[in-house]
Design a protein around this ligand. Structure first.
Ligand code: NAD
Length: 350
């Protein structure tokens, strides 16, 4: 029987990436009945919303989605659809494995670590007040003038509940994937209440895994330097939302760039798989960008549904194509387009 899975092509380069990824997944032999659901700037023009209810309903019904990237206008326009999907479906954990593949140009070799980012709280909670709004003025008053007049304000909520479930997720992920260590990252020396709560909760959770998984803490600024200097020291890294977002791109850089960095947004019973990269709109329709990140996200999806053998073969096919360097995209030093690289992966799977 075929799996019914929601496919969100997204916008920018998303639709061309989603199209080839679906074909690659098909080539593994796993039968998938894709339910196409729209989201992003193109559907916004037609339906007046970048995230139609029908798209959310489709994900809720099927419980699994593969999603292309979606553009977020900066400073104005609609709020991030990506953030809205994660919040709406309570996809509290964003898992981003970072692994070096032979053939990808990178300053480092043999990196294999995973970022586990909290997805629903922190400065991404969407609690923001416009400059001079009554709420902003009230908060300025409450702050006893620690905040300057005319400030716009974003609130950073970190809860014990949210911290507990993301840190526990990170430890369970570490156990499941045969990993040895979890590093909790924050800036608790400065944000004593919010990040302090994250650490306090993490230490409590870590006690349940004593003797099985090692636990340690790093401050975010130090962690950035450590990752650049000695990334091999790290294994599973768990962070609140904003630090997790930033460190995900840093780690993508360690393993050769956004073109090869996959991701998964996991909730209690819903999972949405997507690349770390965005919609790269300047390359839209040019058949240029690397499909690897979305294809490796589909590999995580296959693992999630229990198709581990297909997932293994898919990753091997991707690794072989990258290592051969004959049919890869520009970012990997090749001249192949999106479709040609995807076809090379399909040829390996035959
Ligand atoms: P981006 O990731 O789209 O692109 C930055 C640069 O990285 C590109 O110009 C390109 O040089 C390179 N790149 C990205 N993907 C690549 C690929 N598959 N192959 C080869 N090179 C690739 O980041 P951006 O330009 O900051 O963001 C564009 C839009 O995407 C923004 O609106 C942003 O909000 C949105 N975004 C969406 C998601 C998501 O859908 N989950 C994630 C990040 C950004």
């Amino acid at each position: 029987m075929a799996y019914r899975i929601t496919l969100i092509p997204g916008d920018g380069t998303g639709p061309e990436l989603a199209e080839v990824t679906a074909k690659v997944v098909e080539a593994t032999g796993v039968k998938i009945d894709w339910e196409i659901a729209q989201s992003g700037v193109d559907i916004m023009e037609k339906e007046g919303t970048p995230l139609p209810q029908s798209t959310l309903d489709s994900i809720k019904k099927n419980k699994i989605a593969l999603k292309g990237p979606i553009t977020t206008p900066i400073g104005s326009g609609f709020r991030s659809v990506n953030v809205a999907i994660r919040k709406e479906l309570d996809l509290f954990s964003c898992v981003r494995p970072c692994k070096t593949y032979i053939g990808v140009k990178s300053k480092y070799e043999n990196i294999d670590l995973a970022i586990v980012r909290e997805n629903t709280e922190d400065l991404y909670a969407g609690v923001e007040y416009v400059q001079n709004s009554p709420e902003a003025l009230e908060i300025i008053k409450l702050s006893q003038n620690k905040i300057r007049e005319n400030s716009a304000i974003s609130i950073k909520p970190i809860s014990a509940f949210g911290s507990e479930r993301i840190v526990r997720y990170a430890f369970e992920y570490a156990l499941r994937c045969g990993r040895r260590k979890v590093t909790a990252v924050s800036k608790a020396n400065i944000m004593k209440y919010t990040d302090g709560l994250f650490y306090k909760t993490a230490r409590e959770v870590a006690k349940d895994y004593e003797g099985k998984i090692e636990y340690e803490e790093r401050l975010i600024d130090n962690m950035c330097m450590q990752l650049v200097q000695k990334p091999h020291f790290y294994d599973v890294i768990v962070l609140p939302n904003l630090y997790g977002d930033i460190l995900s791109d840093l780690c993508a850089g360690l393993v050769g760039g956004l073109g090869v960095a996959p991701g998964a947004n996991m909730g209690k019973d819903i999972a949405v798989f997507e690349a770390v990269h965005g919609s790269a709109p300047k390359y839209k329709g040019l058949n240029k960008v690397n499909p690897t990140a979305l294809i490796l996200s589909a590999k995580l999806m296959l693992e999630h549904i229990g198709e581990t053998s297909a997932a293994f073969r898919l990753e091997k096919a991707v690794a072989d194509v990258i290592a051969e360097k004959k049919r890869t995209t520009y970012d990997l030093g090749g001249v192949a387009g999106t479709k040609e690289m995807a076809q090379a992966i399909i040829d390996k799977l035959k």
